[in-house]
Design a protein around this ligand. Structure first.
Ligand SMILES: Cc1ncc(COP(=O)(O)O)c(C=O)c1O
Length: 390
């Protein structure tokens, strides 16, 4: 068996990427003009079932636009998960608002019971605005993150949001291709249930444009405003007039060319992820105190990242396993540090963190590239089990 390095997650460019990027170069449209950006926007909108999609240059800038169009501003609060990547939370601060952190449930997504308890017990609805009793600030929005391609329980969260008049900003950066199969939102894709949703096409995501993002919204005006703000808030193409402080958050034609080729392969990527995930389950689940965290049964997940959970009975600790696998040429990673534990967020409110801390301490993300071979999966499993028994 080959001992070649096995990366955690690398892109797969087996499709029309070279041809489409070359087309863009030949056309000399390499920046934010050119037909491929609109083409990619239309293709993503059609794929997820949104009326319109607005391309931008990262998921982070997309989330910033989402906060702006949702009307989150200085002095407001936004309920966010503690267990996520910090880019989900920084945009709350970009607009001058404050996050309130909530832990996760067993899907690794935000704990909806805890969100509901926070709203009911620690806040008061005053004239249609939810006020945090402790800080006196208005709570404007909740931002579920669909972690690793699993889906947050939006069936319940949308009800809580309706009751407490919260906008729902979906961080679907990791979940392009995931959709609900049951419940009120059966058939609906990640990002299209809340008021506004954001995807990422960063290099490690299920499809990539190198860097890039996309905003969708069920409010036509919000999509139009996101587009406007992302393009320097320009009101006239000829005379260069601007009606607001906008941003250069545009995606380039080169990025969109990559995206179009990647999107053509997305369903194939999801199928390969499922096959690889099932191999890990068959080889590792229940052995040596190891458990592959499941994706929810009532959804079609994209299975972007796989989480191996080390029970207390596992003979090796998570960090020791990471180090041992590194020496074997197998790249893994720990789950993110809780955001409320990071210095910029130390002073923020945080609730119901027990599960988030446990998953933070015991999860290892293991190789999940769509291009990983069955033999490489077997090697990863053989090495993991070897370290557990040595
Ligand atoms: C949960 C989450 N939110 C936001 C982002 C930011 O996306 P980007 O890297 O495209 O800015 C990412 C990914 O990087 C992410 O995983």
């Amino acid at each position: 068996m080959s001992n070649a390095f096995i990366p955690l997650s690398v892109p797969n460019f087996a499709g029309n990427e070279r041809q489409y990027v070359n087309d863009a170069v030949v056309s000399e449209w390499v920046s934010s003009g050119g037909s491929k950006v609109a083409g990619f926007e239309d293709a993503v909108a059609q794929y997820v079932g949104a009326a319109r999609a607005v391309a931008c240059n990262s998921g982070t800038s997309g989330l910033h636009l989402a906060m702006l169009v949702a009307g989150v501003g200085p002095g407001d609060e936004v309920i966010v998960p503690a267990l996520t990547f910090i880019a989900a939370v920084n945009p709350v601060r970009y607009v001058g608002a404050q996050p309130v952190f909530i832990g996760c449930d067993d899907s690794l997504c935000i704990d909806v019971d805890a969100v509901e308890t926070f709203c009911r017990e620690r806040c008061t609805l005053e004239n249609g605005v939810l006020i945090n009793n402790g800080s006196g600030r208005p709570v404007k929005a909740v931002e579920p993150v669909h972690v690793f391609g699993n889906l947050a329980d939006l069936d319940r969260l949308m009800e809580v949001a309706e009751t407490y008049h919260l906008a729902v900003i979906e961080d679907a950066t990791e979940a392009l291709g995931s959709f609900y199969r049951a419940g009120r939102y059966a058939g609906r894709h990640a990002g299209t249930v809340g008021d506004v949703g954001v995807f990422s096409f960063n290099g490690n995501k299920i499809i990539t444009t190198g860097a890039g993002g996309m905003v969708v919204s069920r409010h036509d005006g919000w999509s139009a405003q996101a587009k406007h703000l992302s393009t320097q808030a320009k009101t006239d193409e000829v005379y260069y007039t601007h009606d607001a402080v906008g941003y250069n958050y545009r995606m380039t034609n080169l990025q969109a060319a990559l995206g179009l080729a990647q999107l053509e392969q997305l369903e194939g990527f999801v199928a390969r992820k499922e096959a690889v995930y099932n191999q890990y389950v068959a080889r590792l689940d229940g052995r040596c105190g190891l458990r592959m965290l499941p994706f929810r049964g009532d959804i079609r997940p994209n299975r972007w990242f796989f989480s191996l959970y080390l029970e207390d009975t596992c003979p090796i600790k998570r960090d020791a396993l990471l180090t041992a696998l590194q020496a074997d040429g197998i790249q893994t990673r720990t789950i993110w540090g809780l955001i409320n534990d990071q210095p910029p967020y130390h002073s923020c409110e945080a609730y119901a963190l027990e599960k988030a801390r446990d998953y933070h301490d015991k999860v290892l993300n293991i190789p999940c590239s769509t291009g990983i071979t069955d033999a490489q999966v077997a090697r990863v499993c053989e090495r993991i089990l070897g370290h557990c028994s040595s």
